[in-house]
Design a protein around this ligand. Structure first.
Ligand code: MRU
Length: 374
């Protein structure tokens, strides 16, 4: 995607440099665009945990690059120590965020590839090419999600000529949450680029405001008409016929179709069901959990620092780019910060994947991904 006209991915390696990679540091958007260089496993872990990067696909791709750094760092040790050290680093990286399954997926894929090499230096070389491969795959899968999701918007446009199709989205499942294109936004970008009129309702997404800060910024960069709303607005809009379609992303979806996504997604799905608004979830196959059957009972839900709820940051001077933090909760009150919730499959109209659209149930998902049939 382009930032001020220049193409970017969220994570990349420069051809000439070894033992480092670059990320877009999302903490400062939309007010400042900054690129960060990651040189150690510790820096990579901090970037994931403290949300310099976030979003399932992006976290997975960054973890893949972090494993390359880990292998590069461990290259100096010999034999068994290399494997031990690498496994420790893999565990350390995997512990940074519990809900997005892409993290573990990318780390175990890298571990298998590195440890199957004959020599340590081959392992480090392999890790570099696998990191690149995971990033390229993520971008291509999201591109295909766009192509498979576009007809859903196209059909709605045919049924409602002469007005834009109103799509509600929650959190940021845009290109910043992946390597490129995004999941929930990919069909929107594809429809917009094809000349189909769209308008996006952007949930601000408390407490980190990924919608107000990131999705809105992305849509601005791409010229897609949109309106930011507070999180509790969706139900009212749906009751008044102002939402044609909901598309969200997901951080982990079970092979039975239960969807973990940013906190508040479940309430949107309930309102959509009550108002007969189609509720789609867009995801690459790297976000399926092929082990877990019951998402509500089994998906680990991250609880983050209460300061994310009780403090808020933003510009005190609209013309500047330095943010100020302010307290917004009565001092002394307890706060709880559940980062994700689970939407049961019965509330999901369909899943938009890189292989096509399927129903949110075991049979339909496994028909699209037969290699995961047990
Ligand atoms: O806590 P974050 O910002 O990493 O949240 C994850 C997400 O980006 C959303 O839940 C998103 O909708 C999932 S799509 C990658």
């Amino acid at each position: 995607m382009k930032v001020n006209g220049r193409p970017y991915r969220t994570v990349w390696m420069d051809d000439e440099s070894t033992g480092e990679f670059k990320i877009i540091d999302q903490r400062w958007l939309p007010f400042r665009f900054e690129v960060e260089t990651i040189r150690t496993t510790e820096e990579a872990a901090a970037a994931i945990k403290d949300m310099h990067v976030r979003g399932a696909g992006c976290i997975g791709a960054v973890a893949a690059h972090a494993m390359y750094i880990a292998a590069f760092e461990s290259e100096k040790s010999a034999g068994k120590i290399f494997e031990e050290e690498l496994r420790q680093k893999a565990d350390f990286l995997a512990s940074t965020r519990p809900t997005a399954v892409n993290l573990q997926w990318a780390i175990s894929r890298q571990l298998d590839e590195i440890l199957s090499q004959d020599s340590i230096s081959d392992g480090a070389k392999k890790a570099r090419s696998v990191a690149q491969q995971i990033a390229d795959e993520d971008a291509e899968w999201c591109n295909r999600i766009g192509q498979h999701g576009k007809p859903i918007i196209e059909d709605l446009a045919k049924k409602n000529p002469g007005r834009p199709i109103n799509i509600l989205t929650h959190c940021n499942a845009g290109w910043l949450a992946f390597v490129d294109h995004g999941s929930a936004t990919a069909p929107i970008y594809a429809a917009h680029d094809a000349g189909i009129p769209v308008h996006v309702w952007v949930d601000e997404t408390r407490p980190r405001n990924q919608g107000a800060r990131l999705t809105a910024w992305e849509l601005n960069q791409h010229g897609v008409p949109h309106t930011v709303i507070v999180d509790n607005t969706g139900g009212h809009l749906m009751q008044n016929g102002m939402v044609d379609l909901v598309i969200t992303g997901t951080d982990r979806t079970t092979y039975t179709g239960d969807v973990a996504n940013k906190i508040g997604t479940y309430l949107k799905a309930l309102a959509a069901k009550d108002n007969e608004v189609p509720f789609y979830v867009a995801l690459p196959s790297s976000t399926f959990d092929w082990q877990i059957r019951d998402g509500v009972k089994e998906i680990p839900i991250e609880k983050r620092d209460g300061d994310e709820v009780s403090m808020m940051s933003g510009l005190s001077d609209r013309s500047g780019d330095r943010e100020t933090e302010v307290a917004i909760v009565s001092p002394g009150s307890e706060v709880a910060n559940y980062a994700f919730d689970v939407t049961p499959s019965r509330l999901v109209t369909g899943l938009i994947t890189e292989r096509g659209v399927c129903d949110a149930n075991e049979t339909s998902i496994l028909n699209l991904f037969p290699e995961h049939k047990k």
